[in-house]
Design a protein around this ligand. Sequence first.
Ligand code: ZN
Length: 261
Amino acid sequence: MYVSEEHPNILQFDIFKDSVDILNFVTTSLPPDSDNGVFNIGFSGSDDFVVNRVKLALAWGLTPENFVFQTQAHSANYHIVTREDAGAGFYLKQNAIQDNDILITNQPGLCLITRSADCVPVLMYAPKQKVVAAIHSGREGCRLGAVVKAAETIHSQFGTNYGDILVGIGPHICKKCYTVDQECAANYNSRQYYAPDIVQPTTDGLFTIDLKKTIISDLIHLGIPMSNIEHCNLCTKHHAPSFFSARNGDQERFCAGIMLL
Ligand SMILES: [Zn+2]
């Protein structure tokens, strides 16, 4: 990832750098152009999230009607976003796309948003069919294969070859920071994974889970080449306070967004 040339506190994916017909971004804990303030985009935490979302819109010359938010339910549920969804959830959670973690569209001018604080924000772009997706994939989303569902849906509904899908994996909790108990680890391991060592024991009786490795191995198994996948090495927990971290007790959320221009 690299720091946006326009906004010093916003990151963008290298994998999409040559894709001039999309906008992509990942916010941090700071406003786009200022080192003062907490840039919460989530529905909880500091109560100025609408103010911050307006700042985010203005930063890219957009309006609230360009944005589409989802509630995020730790599911692999997807929604094909249409013009009817324009502005969904910008002001109120009850108006967001409900019970959903995957937003997909081929419509320009709709900025798909996934919020995060340790969970993995994933953006996808299929340049040939001009389809974009924003995915929220935490532990449960990874276990359920949310990114697989997203890629499969882009493939089946828009006729995209897996090898043509570009993927950006944003800041999230790293495996060293993500320790869970035995029951949780066993539940995560209740499905088959394609890579070894995704769940590993620690010396103190706990287990670490590698969310990024889960996602990458799932994508490669589908047929998306590693050269199409950018994975960010920024950890939301140990790179605090640059991002928000649920494990650090933050109620706030940063976000990743992608839009066809
Ligand atoms: Zn970490």
